[in-house]
Design a protein around this ligand. Structure first.
Ligand code: VGL
Ligand code: ZN
Length: 199
């Protein structure tokens, strides 16, 4: 049987209650993920990791409000409150998350001019992060995704994982969403249609 990996998406303080871009009940995923991870041969984490002044921050665009959308060279980009700034406590993993067994921490969103929701491709949908190659080279074919946020980084990662040929499951009990303008229902539908197993 091919190896299976648990991919833990962005379980960082800024996405948990009290954080800069808090997802409702975000910290509830921590005990669920801690319970799941011992069953996987491979544990991989992603970390949203923006430089100060990142182009996805509303504060970088005079007059723009958080949660509005602006056109960028690579397509529409939602603007967020400043979050997950490199080296800050908000960018650290939730202190209760057990990531002792993690073999890879993949950082994303570190280029100032482009955001990256997916663990596989930046928001231009073309620039790879290297994760697909890493997984293939290590013989990992089955992925289970958990983390924050269901309708952004988890969903875009799951859609790209399927597109890259990985058998992909999202464990919804290990995820929480932002739900901006119906994004939760929309992204659950897109994942289901693409062949992601929603468990
Ligand atoms: C995320 C918005 C901005 C996420 C990251 O982890 O889902 N969402 N940056
Ligand atoms: Zn971000």
């Amino acid at each position: 049987m091919a190896d299976r990996a648990l991919i833990i998406i962005d379980v960082q303080n800024d996405f948990c209650p009290g954080g800069a871009l808090a997802v409702a009940d975000g910290d509830a995923v921590v005990p669920v993920i801690n319970g799941l991870s011992p069953a996987f041969e491979h544990v991989i984490l992603t970390q949203d990791w923006h430089p100060a002044g990142h182009s996805s921050f509303a504060s970088s665009h005079p007059g723009a409000q958080p949660f509005s959308t602006i056109p960028m060279s690579y397509g529409d980009q939602t603007l967020w409150p400043d979050h997950c700034v490199q080296g800050t406590p908000g960018a650290a993993f939730h202190p209760g998350l057990d990531w002792t067994r993690a073999e890879l921490v993949l950082r994303k969103g570190f280029r100032a001019s482009i955001d990256s929701y997916s663990a596989f491709f930046e928001n231009d949908r073309r620039t790879p992060t290297g994760l697909a190659g890493y997984l293939r080279e290590r013989g990992i074919a089955e992925l289970t995704l958990v983390g924050l946020a269901t309708d952004y980084c988890v969903a875009y990662s799951a859609l790209d994982a399927i597109g890259q040929g990985f058998a992909t499951t999202v464990r919804l009990d290990g995820c929480r969403g932002i739900d901006l303008g119906g994004s939760m229902a929309a992204m659950l539908g897109r994942m289901r249609d693409a062949g992601v197993t929603l468990a």
